[in-house]
Design a protein. Structure first.
Ligand code: NI
Length: 173
């Protein structure tokens, strides 16, 4: 992987989006470089979260930034993130995904989570998150297990979105 090349964000039905990503054994310069390039691709999209499988890399790496346009960037870099606690309380919120462009749906998830991970220096950390950050972290960690937000929907809604995406691809080609 060349250090300056812009990462391409893969879209459904790229097979890697349905695969389980591998744990990172050591947080080294290669992982740090990957995270910086994922952030660049995410900001360019633009999006608020990106998981390594979405750029064709089957490793457990996620980047997130919920800062608004008029706020300074606030990137979070997560290696081997894991939900270690989830609230019984759930919430429903609209989700989209850079790998399913133009598609949105309401998804039910735990309202709050605690996520354990390694930071970009390999130090263990934990985030307690609620609201949008909790939703975003759960969505991105799902990607590491080959799960898309459409997998949380009824078959009817999921197939509707997949049909719309297929049509979009046909119209584009
Ligand atoms: Ni996504």
């Amino acid at each position: 992987m060349n250090g300056t090349e812009t990462l391409l964000i893969l879209e459904v039905p790229a097979p890697i989006l349905k695969a389980k990503a591998e744990r990172v054994a050591a947080v080294d310069d290669g992982v740090r470089d990957l995270m910086e390039r994922m952030l660049a691709a995410m900001y360019a999209a633009p999006g608020i979260g990106l998981a390594a499988p979405q750029v064709g890399v089957g490793r457990r790496v996620v980047v997130v930034d919920l800062a608004k346009e008029d706020e300074p960037p606030a990137p979070i870099r997560l290696v081997n993130p894991e939900v270690v606690w989830r609230s019984d309380e759930e919430s429903i919120g609209e989700e989209g995904c850079l790998s399913l462009p133009g598609q949105y749906a309401d998804v039910r998830r735990p309202e709050s989570v605690r996520v354990a991970y390694l930071d970009e220096h390999g130090s263990p950390r934990e985030i307690a998150a609620g609201g949008l950050l909790a939703r975003c972290l759960q969505h991105e960690i799902d990607h590491l297990d080959g799960i898309l937000f459409t997998d949380h929907l009824s078959a009817l809604k999921r197939n509707m979105i997949l049909r719309k995406l297929a049509k979009r691809r046909r119209d584009r080609d």
